[in-house]
Design a protein around this ligand. Structure first.
Ligand SMILES: [Zn+2]
Length: 68
């Protein structure tokens, strides 16, 4: 684990990148998800999902911005 800067991380099966903050999120019963354009996105926290819901295109275009 020394190259955190590559744009596409090697995700383990069942792991997803939170499009808002860039954190790795694991699938599971507690996962926070949101479906947009037939794609399921995973979030680390309800606040991240709320931010994404407001303006999905912004996050998909600009990428993760970190927590506010
Ligand atoms: Zn997040």
């Amino acid at each position: 684990m020394h190259d955190q800067h590559s744009s596409k991380q090697d995700l383990a099966p069942g792991e997803h990148i939170d499009p808002v903050c860039g954190m790795t999120v694991e699938e599971g019963p507690d996962a926070i998800t949101y479906e947009y354009n037939a794609t399921k996105y995973y979030f680390c926290a309800p606040g991240c999902r709320r931010a994404f819901e407001k303006d999905p295109e912004k996050w998909l275009r600009d990428g993760p911005q970190g927590h506010m």
